[in-house]
Design a protein around this ligand. Structure first.
Ligand SMILES: Nc1ncnc2c1ncn2[C@@H]1O[C@H](COP(=O)(O)OP(=O)(O)O)[C@@H](O)[C@H]1O
Ligand code: SF4
Ligand SMILES: [Mg+2]
Length: 372
């Protein structure tokens, strides 16, 4: 059974423009589900929608989110506060802005402990030190009394993780948890999250624009573009056979040993401004495979294989694709035309660990191989 279940979520500006447009996915205990896409696709807004922490002017317009069987959008704010930090916690994209600058890190962690575990005084102090130690902060008994400005970016990120873990969440939402960090610290932080997941069986929604991070950490992946999920697959499916032209371009833009000496291809253009595409596929202006229909009709979701679906006309009825058909549009170069020899799986980037180093989902049987 899913721990988190998101159905047809729509998040929009008060003027009606949709930031998150009808997305659905679910995550099981012990599973890492990655939300992948370039900047401005709506990944952070999705996370903030789930936490009901949207900024002013942005509202959850429709859809449903269930966490552990509880409908989040029906909760009173008081009950939602219990949920946040307790059953679900979030590591924000920018740790520097998320910590309170006028409170010591120990007090900030202790607040979570008091709220969710009723721990106070010396017990809370002791547990804060343990948590800082667990996230790899050296000399935790001293650091617990420090203010955020005394800490480096990597340290602040670790404090954020300690705060998130303090409530023993069943779901951790990690929004680009390593983007602001240098490569060595990135690897350590991701390892820490994997270790914690193995130990506790928590689920993770991992938001990233980095396919290398997906390769190392995710069990399943949703690729997001302009507010929509355009492809969803298991990690293995995605790396063996990316279907959506956007996903294929993300792969083609990757450096890798197999492509040494070749030019990397950039994805030309940018994500369209909110609400600017009134009809047709949102990726059409950047897609090499677009044809007239792409500019006229919004592609529907097509299930292509067990656990893998895509929003692209190449795979719909007229494209000749869809589940069981395995085809594509006449004369079009769909997934079958993708140069898979460029990508080998298990995927390795220089200095990255092989995908086999993931937490073992078998420990949490519901976690893997289960698709919507
Ligand atoms: N506070 C805000 N008010 C209105 N629009 C916003 C706000 N924050 C982000 N947006 C818009 O929402 C869209 C998605 O943003 P975001 O979820 O932050 O993208 P991502 O995390 O994928 O980079 C962007 O077009 C962005 O301009
Ligand atoms: S629907 Fe058309 S434009 Fe959109 S991704 Fe598919 S082929 Fe490209
Ligand atoms: Mg973001």
């Amino acid at each position: 059974m899913s721990l988190l279940k998101v159905d047809n979520l729509v998040t929009r500006l008060r003027n009606g423009a949709r930031i998150v447009d009808d997305i659905s996915f679910d995550i099981a205990a012990g599973e890492t589900f990655a939300l992948l896409g370039e900047s401005g696709c709506g990944k952070s807004m999705t996370a903030l929608s789930l936490m009901r922490l949207l900024p002013d002017g942005v509202v959850n317009a429709s859809g449903a989110v269930q966490m552990d069987g509880v409908a989040l959008f029906d909760l009173r704010e008081r009950d939602m506060r219990e949920m946040r930090g307790g059953r679900m916690a979030m590591i924000f994209q920018e740790p520097g802005l998320s910590l309170n600058p006028v409170m010591t890190v120990g007090r900030q962690i202790a607040e979570v402990l008091a709220l969710h575990h009723d721990l106070k005084g010396a017990a809370a102090q002791q547990r804060s030190i343990e948590l800082l130690d667990q996230v790899g902060i050296p000399d935790a008994p001293r650091r617990v009394r420090e203010y955020p400005f005394r800490l480096s970016g990597g340290m602040k990120q670790r404090v954020m993780i300690a705060m998130a873990l303090a409530g023993s969440p069943r779901l951790l939402i990690a929004d680009e948890p390593t983007t602001a960090l240098d490569v060595t610290i990135q690897a350590q932080v991701l390892q820490l999250l994997r270790d914690t997941q193995s130990r506790t069986g928590m689920a993770m929604l991992l938001i990233t624009h980095d396919l290398g991070v997906v390769a190392e950490n995710a069990h399943r992946v949703a690729v997001m573009y302009a507010g929509q999920i355009v492809e969803q697959a298991s990690r293995e499916q995605l790396f063996a056979r990316p279907l959506h032209p956007y996903t294929q371009k993300l792969f083609a833009a990757l450096p890798g040993a197999a492509r040494a000496g070749q030019l990397l291809s950039a994805i030309s253009g940018s994500v369209p401004p909110l609400g600017s595409i009134k009809q047709g596929c949102r990726f059409a202006a950047r897609c090499d495979q677009a044809w007239a229909r792409c500019h006229e009709q919004n592609p529907e979701w097509t299930a292509v294989a067990e656990g893998q679906g895509v929003r692209c006309h190449l795979y719909g009825e007229e494209g000749g694709g869809g589940k069981g058909k395995g085809g594509r549009g006449k004369g079009r170069s769909g997934a079958a035309g993708f140069p898979f020899s460029l990508i080998s799986f298990p995927f390795t980037l220089a200095g990255r660990r092989p995908a086999s180093a993931l937490p073992d989902p078998q420990r949490h049987p519901a976690a893997c191989g289960r698709q919507r």
